[in-house]
Design a binder for this molecule. Structure first.
Ligand code: FAD
Length: 469
């Protein structure tokens, strides 16, 4: 007989596992099905966490190789030990995925390992990883199956030379020439890792700019910084095909904006042109759950319900930015709504970060979006060059840029390129979440000397009363 649960979650990524924990906290009997051998989804296993582990390791190497001398530290015999770097990364991943297993135990959530398929709106069948079939009955089913990398049909992934981020997180030697197709967060982060470790890296982007969703000025700043670090970045260039020879080297064909043919010889090609919602094998069509055929996303209402009322969806599988923290917030909001409580995600204040160095972090609207909407705004900028802590760190690249409503001073957007932008953005997310103004930031005491003073200076600059510029 099928085991009965109040909630069966399919997918144990940041959306699914967080929803499972919150639902259990609210008194529900919960099972979470995951087809991978470990919990944590793309984020913990092959996404956010291993990429940041490699970004941090490679940044340390880069600091030792290129920056320590300026601090009066001499290093000799500096070497990369790639197996140890990967081992440390794997250890970080294991610590966190084991942590989710511990949280499941603590919250009495039943993990079920295998591929789940809907049999009806309240029944799930799992082809267990151990070969057994498990039937689950549920008051409600949550789909949190995430996304998968987009494959270019004219140069499909082969797992060796033409690869996705998953393989690029685990190269067993530093590539000679890594060609990155796509200038978004994943391509730039992994391009940075291997560039720092010694690879020649070329990024080819179809659009006129990298990180296309960012504020233009801030994105351009990042482009210049990355170029200075040695990444070759070609925009308005379209990759058209690739041939891989017997030795595993690729000849990649591309075309620039004037139609001029280009060829690249690369030993690794990372295709990072985006991700597509993943709902294969879930039996959605059979049960009548609608899927948008173009995007692969599952449409939901404001309670995260699909057109089948006992089936909900969250995370990368539904509309909105494909980000772990967005999936997590949806997981919490979904569980609270299911329990009859108020649950809410403010989609206007979801921060977006690119973990290159300098980092790029933003929240809210860009200057281009405000112009397009005809919103009158004031701009305040502050360069890290004028920040005492940035000077002490020898990390003076970049700036903070704030956009405030010209009439009310309400903060409409915040964009940072610079050291630890990923941490600095949190203050501005909070202010925006409270409907705060640039004056609120300007009148808040910021510790000295900290990078966060650049945020305060940018807020003062909105009213043209910056102290240190
Ligand atoms: P996922 O994390 O994709 O989890 C879905 C899970 O469902 C998977 O484990 C899958 O195995 C399982 N599943 C699928 N189908 C079934 C089935 N039928 N039965 C059972 N299980 C199933 N986001 C950030 O916010 N910050 C970052 O720094 C960041 N870096 C990234 C770096 C890389 C290289 C990549 C690839 C992604 C990165 N992301 C980052 C994106 C982030 O990983 C995703 O937005 C996030 O994981 C989405 O969470 P999710 O819960 O919707 O789905």
């Amino acid at each position: 007989m099928a085991e009965r649960y109040d909630l069966v979650v399919i997918g144990a990524g940041p959306g699914g596992y967080v929803a499972a924990i919150r639902a259990a906290q609210l008194g529900m009997k919960v099972a979470c099905v995951e087809k991978r051998a470990t919990l944590g989804g793309v984020c913990l296993n092959i996404g956010c966490i291993p990429s940041k582990a490699l970004l941090d390791s490679s940044e340390y190497y880069h600091l030792a190789a290129a920056k320590f001398a300026r601090h009066g530290i001499k290093v000799s015999g500096l070497e990369i030990d790639l197996p140890t770097m990967h081992k440390r990364k794997d250890g970080v991943v294991k610590g966190l995925t084991d942590g989710v297993a511990y949280l499941f135990k603590k919250n009495k959530i039943t993990p079920v390992f295998g591929a789940a398929r809907l049999v009806s709106g309240t029944a799930v069948q799992v082809a267990g990883n151990d070969g057994k079939t498990i039937d689950l009955e549920a008051g409600h089913v949550l789909l949190a199956t995430g996304s998968a990398p987009i494959n270019l049909p004219f140069m499909p992934f082969d797992g060796k030379t033409i690869v996705s981020s998953t393989e690029a997180l685990a190269f067993d030697k530093v590539p000679e020439h890594l060609l990155v197709v796509g200038g978004g967060a994943i391509g730039l982060e992994l391009g940075s890792v291997w560039n720092r470790l010694g690879a020649k890296v070329t990024v080819v982007e179809f659009l006129p700019r990298i990180v296309p969703s960012s504020d233009f000025e801030i994105g351009e700043h990042l482009r210049k910084s990355l170029r200075k670090q040695g990444l070759e970045i070609l925009t308005e260039t379209k990759v058209t095909g690739a041939e891989v020879d017997k030795a595993g080297r690729a000849k990649v064909a591309a075309e620039d904006k004037d139609g001029k043919a280009l060829t690249f010889d690369a030993d690794k090609v990372l295709v990072s042109v985006g991700r597509r919602a993943y709902s294969e094998g879930l039996g959605l069509a059979e049960v009548g759950v609608e899927v948008d055929p173009k995007s692969g996303k599952v449409p939901v209402d404001k309670y995260f319900r699909t057109n089948v009322p006992t089936v909900s969806a969250i995370g990368d599988l539904i509309a909105g930015p494909m980000l772990a923290h967005k999936a997590e917030d949806e997981g919490v909001a979904f569980a609270e709504l299911l329990a009859g409580k108020p649950g809410h995600v403010d989609y206007d204040t979801i921060p977006n970060v690119v973990y290159t160095w300098p980092e790029l972090a933003s929240v809210g609207q860009t200057e281009e979006q405000l112009k397009e909407k005809g919103v009158e705004y004031r701009v305040g900028k502050s360069a890290f060059m004028a920040n005492g802590r940035a000077k002490a760190m020898d990390e003076t690249e970049g700036m903070v840029k704030l956009l405030a409503d010209a009439r009310t001073d309400r903060l409409l957007g915040a964009h940072i390129v610079g050291p630890r932008a990923s941490d600095l953005i949190a203050e501005l997310v909070t202010v925006m979440e409270f409907g705060g103004s640039s004056e609120d930031v300007a009148r808040t005491c910021h510790a000295h000397p900290t990078l966060s003073e650049a945020v305060k200076e940018a807020a003062l600059a909105v009213d043209k009363r910056s102290i240190s510029a």
